[in-house]
Design a protein around this ligand. Structure first.
Ligand SMILES: Nc1ncnc2c1ncn2[C@@H]1O[C@H](COP(=O)(O)OP(=O)(O)OP(=O)(O)O)[C@@H](O)[C@H]1O
Ligand SMILES: [Mg+2]
Length: 277
């Protein structure tokens, strides 16, 4: 059980006039090597929640365990650096955090910070830059000369180069063209790690996520298997959620008399069943 959150509360600007409770009594248990989608309206607390997973934010009360680390809300935490090696967080607008002279140096920064040798850090940087699809010609350029999408990919390579066990991604594909978004998602999907993906794109959620974690107004409403979540009509209508387009399409086909053995998570399988039935 890599992540266990118990009764986590978080208050911004505590004891100030604008105090705001952003997370309310969150209980959550996540398993190894699963792909989780964290969804919820803007302002529901998604970014706030994930920042607790590597102790960038510390709860006002409650408990968090990540593998063997316990993050305390009531006393000083030690060994946060080790925790941050296990939990890699790609922040929302991560491209704004690039700062080194060259692309290569930017990606090497993380591993070097964790006391990896220069040559090993370079090897890791090259490996992960290539993996995210950054051309070698760009390695010696300044990150500031890159396009928005390329910058995002460099920032992602920077986190992958730390080889964390748990990867947390806050809207990593927002603003990328659909092709790049798909490429990046496929990479995450192939890594065989515990992944927590924050996104507003329900089509991505539906095709990639094993389970959905749904926040509303700082409350954890449910954590559920993806198809189960999107086929809970009561929940979908209560929170006025859009259905993923593939599920919508399958429902329309069902209305027209097609019958299916299951809800399909990709178009190919859906078409196969329509053609070969
Ligand atoms: N530094 C801050 N000070 C005070 N309130 C904050 C701060 N950061 C976030 N909040 C508030 O906490 C709530 C949750 O914010 P959070 O950024 O976690 O939402 P989110 O679900 O990530 O939204 P989005 O989908 O827009 O990224 C919001 O109401 C927000 O206004
Ligand atoms: Mg956010």
């Amino acid at each position: 059980m890599p992540i266990e959150i118990e009764k986590l509360n978080f208050i911004y600007a505590k004891d100030m006039p604008f105090e705001y409770t952003a997370l309310k009594d969150i209980d959550l248990k996540l398993q190894d090597n699963k792909f989780y989608a964290l969804i919820g309206k803007t302002g529901s607390g998604k970014s706030t929640l994930i920042q607790h997973l590597n102790a960038l934010l510390i709860g006002s009360s409650g408990k968090i365990k990540v593998n063997n680390f316990e993050i305390y809300t009531d006393k000083k935490n030690k060994n946060l650096k080790n925790l941050r090696k296990e939990v890699g967080v790609v922040f929302q607008f991560s491209e704004q955090q690039l700062f080194e002279e060259t692309v290569l140096k930017d990606v090497m920064f993380g591993p070097l910070n964790f006391k990896v040798s220069e040559s090993e850090a370079k090897a890791k940087a090259i490996k992960y830059l290539k993996l995210v699809g950054i051309d070698e010609k760009l390695f010696e350029k300044s990150p500031f000369e890159l396009s928005g999408g390329q910058k995002r990919k460099v920032a992602i390579a920077g986190i992958l180069a730390l080889e964390p066990q748990i990867l947390v991604l806050d809207e990593p594909t927002a603003g990328l063209d659909p092709e790049s978004a798909k490429e990046i998602l496929e990479i995450f999907f192939s890594l065989n790690k515990t992944i927590i993906l924050v996104t507003h794109d329900f089509d991505l959620v539906y095709s990639y996520a094993d389970e959905v974690i749904f926040l509303d107004n700082g409350n954890l409403i449910t954590k559920r298997e993806t198809v189960d979540f999107f086929t809970d009509d009561e929940l979908i209508s209560k929170y006025q959620l859009e259905l993923p387009s593939l599920l919508n399409f399958q429902n329309k086909l069902s209305e027209k008399g097609f019958s299916f053995t299951k809800k399909h998570k990709n178009l190919k399988d859906l078409i196969k069943e329509v053609i070969y039935e």
